[in-house]
Design a protein around this ligand. Structure first.
Ligand code: ATP
Length: 228
C-alpha cells in the first residue's frame, strides 16, 4: 500500500521526475571532481533552472541540504537513483530489431540505469538466430512461450506501426506488465499495464514548429550532402 501511494506520488510529480536525471548528471560530475557538497543554486545554474525549483524537486528525496554547504554528494546520488529505481536491475525484452531497435540494444545507458535487455524478437528470418550487440534474436512466433518461461515483465516495442497492437496483445498474454512503446501507435491495453510512449515523430514535430517560428534551417538549396 505504501509503495503504491509512493508510486502515485511520483507519477503526479512527472515534470520533477523528468528533471532528476539531469540533477544526477550534475551531481555525478561534482563527485568526479572530488566535491563533497553541492548547493541547489549551483545545480540550478548548471541547468539554467530556478534554485527554488531544484530544491523543491530534490525534496522528493529524503536528503536535506545543509545551510551554506548544500547537499552531500554521495548520499544525494544514492537517493536519486533509489527514487528512480535505477539501483535495481530489471530484465526486459525488445520486439522489432530494425534500425531503432538495434540502436536501443546497443545503448549502454539503459544497462547503466538497470534495464537489461536479455532477448529480442523479430519476424525477419535473416535476423532470427543472430546476436545484435550480444543480445540473441528469437522468432516472434516463440515470443509468448519464451517470455512466459523466463517471467520477464518489461518489453520495449520497436516494430512498425501496423504490427504494434497485435504484438502488444501477444506481450500481454505472455505476462508483460510494462511496455516502453517507441511506435507512434496509441496502444489499447488494460489499466493494469503500464505504457510509456516515446514517439520520436511527435518530438520532431514540436522541434520543426519551433524552428519554423524562427525561420531556422529552411534553405536547403546549398546542400552539402553528396547528390544521390
Ligand atoms: P530495417 O531497416 O532493419 O528493416 P526499420 O527500422 O526500417 O528496419 P521497420 O519496418 O520499422 O524497419 O521494422 C522494425 C523491425 O520490426 C524489423 O526488424 C522488422 O523485421 C520487425 N518486424 C516487422 N513486423 C514484425 C512483427 N509482426 N513481429 C516482429 N517483428 C516485426
Amino acid at each position: 500500500m505504501v509503495y503504491l501511494a509512493m508510486a502515485k506520488q511520483k507519477i503526479a510529480a512527472a515534470p520533477s521526475v523528468r528533471r532528476l536525471p539531469l540533477y544526477l548528471q550534475v551531481v555525478r560530475q561534482a563527485q568526479r571532481e572530488g566535491i563533497q557538497y553541492i548547493s541547489g543554486t549551483f545545480i540550478a545554474q548548471e541547468l539554467n533552472l530556478k534554485p527554488i525549483q531544484v530544491r523543491k524537486d530534490l525534496g522528493m528525496t529524503p536528503i536535506i541540504g545543509k545551510p551554506k554547504k548544500g547537499y552531500p554528494v554521495a548520499p544525494l546520488i544514492r537517493a536519486i537513483k533509489y527514487f528512480l529505481g535505477w539501483d535495481t536491475t530489471r530484465e526486459a525484452v525488445l520486439v522489432g530489431t530494425g534500425n531503432l531497435g538495434t540502436a536501443l540494444l546497443g545503448y549502454q545507458k539503459l544497462q547503466d540505469h538497470g534495464l537489461l535487455v536479455v532477448a529480442a524478437f523479430d519476424s525477419n528470418q535473416e535476423k532470427i538466430g543472430s546476436l545484435i550487440h550480444q543480445v540473441p534474436v528469437f522468432s516472434v512466433e516463440t515470443l509468448e512461450s519464451k517470455i512466459l518461461t523466463w517471467g520477464v515483465k518489461i518489453a520495449l516495442l520497436t516494430v512498425p506501426s501496423h504490427a504494434a497492437q497485435g504484438i502488444t496483445e501477444m506481450l500481454i498474454k505472455a505476462g508483460i506488465e510494462g511496455i516502453w512503446n517507441f511506435t507512434n501507435v496509441k496502444l489499447k491495453v488494460p489499466d493494469r499495464i503500464v505504457v510509456q510512449k516515446e514517439d520520436l515523430s511527435s518530438g520532431y514535430a514540436m522541434f520543426c514548429v519551433m524552428m519554423q517560428a524562427r525561420q531556422i534551417g529552411k534553405d536547403c538549396s546549398r546542400s552539402l550532402l553528396p547528390q544521390r
